[in-house]
Design a protein around this ligand. Structure first.
Ligand code: ADP
Ligand code: MG
Length: 312
């Protein structure tokens, strides 16, 4: 199979949205007509075999996750996803792998009607890099650096399930394995909070590490109410010494952390869709100074170290 046959067979599909996508796969580059009044938001993320997913991972899960991690980045900016590019580095043109990989990839893409608008295909060690494109109405961006003193800190989604499934695959529930292999990106939550919140980040390298990025960028500190933290249900049956490191420092959660002022949170609680509020919880406050303080059920305070997943 040539590179071109491979692209045609597995990745080139009809696209109905000719307003936005003027030219897709097939030329030297794609052509986009951004929606009026919108800015383009772009991010990229790479998954390398053996590093970002274990060798036995199902090809469909690899396809899903490669796109999901990018949609999570767009969600953390408040953007509406619109399309994506796919850079594939493959050891061989394995048709079984390609069919399943494309199946998982498009299963998620179709949930948001996202066209694949281009990419690159090369031979080499298995790695998948996706560049995702989204749109935001001008002025609505959720930046890491925009948290303000007195803001409420929200968590959307739960923590620790993926790390538990990675480290204890035999004990993990189906739901925890889904967190690891088929993460959910909180696209609707990101879009909702773009209208009323100040700052956001998605948790990819661990809660403590990513919250610390937001705090440092904003020049503020945070108090986290430990009993309010949303842990994956598998962690409830574990001792706190085992559960907390997974929830606070494990990676691959793709939860969102959002900061907004009290009035905005009160309004959101009254107006936001129930499905969004079910996934969202208030876990603390933005405070003056630097660093993160954990407060337990007895009111004891402890400094939280910003350690998380290390890429190098
Ligand atoms: P060029 O040689 O000009 O860089 P290619 O031959 O690599 O172009 O690609 C031809 C077309 O196929 C381009 O439109 C490119 O975006 C698209 N393409 C290549 N690889 C992929 C892929 N893995 N997924 C989607 N589109 C792809
Ligand atoms: Mg060319």
């Amino acid at each position: 199979m040539t590179e071109f046959e491979l692209i045609r067979q597995y990745f080139q599909r009809e696209c109905s949205d000719s307003q936005w996508l003027k030219l897709g796969i097939g030329d030297d580059a794609a052509l986009i007509q951004p929606s009026p009044g919108c800015q383009l938001v772009i991010c990229a993320d790479t998954l390398v075999a053996g590093r970002h997913f274990p060798p036995g991972t199902a090809p469909a899960d690899i396809g899903w996750k490669a796109l999901a991690v990018n949609l999570s980045d767009l969600a953390a900016m408040g953007a509406k996803p619109r399309g994506f590019l796919l850079n594939l580095c493959l050891p061989e043109a394995d048709e079984r792998f390609l069919a399943q990989f494309a199946g998982g990839l498009f299963e998620l893409a179709d949930q948001y009607q996202l066209p694949l608008i281009g990419g690159d295909t090369t031979a080499g060690p298995l790695a998948i890099s996706i560049t995702a494109l989204g749109e935001l109405e001008c002025g609505q961006i959720l930046r890491r650096s925009a948290a303000q003193l007195g803001d409420i800190l929200l968590q959307v989604g739960d923590l620790g399930g993926a790390a538990f499934a990675l480290h204890q695959p035999d004990q993990a529930s189906k739901s925890a394995c889904q967190r690891l292999n088929r993460p959910r990106a909180f696209v609707d939550a990101g879009r909702y909070f773009a209208r009323c919140a100040h700052a956001a980040i998605d948790v990819s390298d661990g809660f403590a590490a990513d919250l610390n990025h937001l705090l440092t960028a904003s020049g503020v500190a945070a108090r986290i109410d430990l009993p309010q933290l949303g842990l994956h249900s598998d962690l409830n049956s574990l001792a706190a010494e085992t559960a907390l490191p997974l929830a606070l420092h494990g990676g691959d959660d793709y939860a969102l952390l959002v900061t907004l002022n009290e009035a905005a949170w009160t309004q959101a609680k009254a107006n936001a869709p129930q499905s969004l509020l079910r996934d969202t919880r208030e876990i603390g406050r933005i405070t003056a100074g630097e660093g993160m303080i954990l407060v337990d059920a007895q009111g004891r305070r402890k400094q939280l170290a910003p350690q998380g997943y290390r890429h190098f």
